[in-house]
Write a protein that binds this ligand. Structure first.
Ligand code: NAD
Length: 250
């Protein structure tokens, strides 16, 4: 299938490692012009080097951006210019129950998870409208559909992204801008390795998933790549969970 993304300008945020990096790699393999963003310049440069080497695509570039800061997001988009495809990713919030969080924790999660999406979309939408083409994919969590134990901040703000995206899909469809949200179940990144610590524990958790194992970032990236491509011409305002069958909700 021709994904129609050769030479398209793609921004993947929070992409110095993990799922974001895997998405950036998938686009670079397809010949897109890929911009990756995160907070640390040195780490970003290492990732750019890796991705160029692994994909043979020299058009992988980086922009430093702390997605909790409005000014950083504005500067990032000004630096990149017109964007065809936006993959919204950001680091996850801390785990905890209701009693664990004070106002400042709620406000931080609000800025990080929800306002980062509001601000990136606000910055890219005018250019996408002008060119009558845009694809936006929000990377969230399976908590957008089913609450996860001990992840109250995620359970609150991930569904908010789904509501926002549904409204945006209605507003932006006539300008050929399609927006969808994809949630990882358990995907083997540093975040998961920190939680489960060793290979044996990761395998044990994998056995609880119908498909029999934890997913790999590249498997997740394939779904992002399709929804965030020109080959996706009619899917918008939807949510997709990539979880090996773990979630039972419809
Ligand atoms: P990760 O910790 O491996 O990578 C997170 C990336 O986000 C890094 O590149 C980091 O530098 C960047 N980042 C964090 N805060 C940032 C900020 N304020 N500004 C800019 N960049 C920032 O995480 P991951 O496992 O790849 O997960 C990606 C997203 O998917 C997270 O939101 C996570 O909560 C969510 N998620 C992951 C899983 C999973 O199984 N891996 C499951 C559910 C949800």
């Amino acid at each position: 299938m021709d994904l129609g993304i050769k030479e398209k300008k793609v921004l993947v945020t929070a992409a110095s490692k993990g799922i974001g990096k895997a998405c950036a790699k998938a686009y670079a393999e397809e010949g897109a012009r890929v911009f990756i963003a995160s907070r640390n310049q040195t780490k970003l440069e290492e990732t750019v080097h890796d991705l160029r080497e692994q994909t043979g695509n020299p058009h992988v570039m980086s922009v430093v951006c702390d997605l909790t800061k409005a000014a950083d997001i504005q500067n990032m988009i000004e630096e990149i210019g017109r964007i065809d495809i936006l993959i919204n990713n950001v680091g996850g919030p801390p785990a905890g129950n209701f009693a664990d969080f004070a106002d400042q924790d709620w406000l931080k999660a609000f800025e990080q998870l929800l306002m980062s999406v509001v601000r990136t979309v606000r910055a890219v939408a005018p250019g996408m409208k002008q060119q009558q083409f845009g694809r936006i994919v929000n990377i969230t969590s399976s908590s957008m559909k089913e609450a996860l134990d001990g992840l109250l901040l995620s359970n609150t703000f991930r569904p908010a992204i789904v509501g926002l995206s549904k409204s945006l899909s209605q507003e932006l469809a006539s300008d050929q801008i399609l927006i969808n949200s994809i949630g990882p179940g358990k995907i083997e990144t540093d975040r998961i390795r920190e939680i489960y610590q060793d290979k044996a524990s990761i395998e044990k958790v994998g056995k609880t998933i119908p498909i029999g194992r934890i997913g790999q970032p590249a498997e997740f990236a394939k779904a992002v790549l399709f929804l965030g491509s020109a080959a996706n011409t009619y899917i918008t305002g939807q949510t997709l969970v990539v979880d090996g069958g773990a979630m039972k909700t419809l």
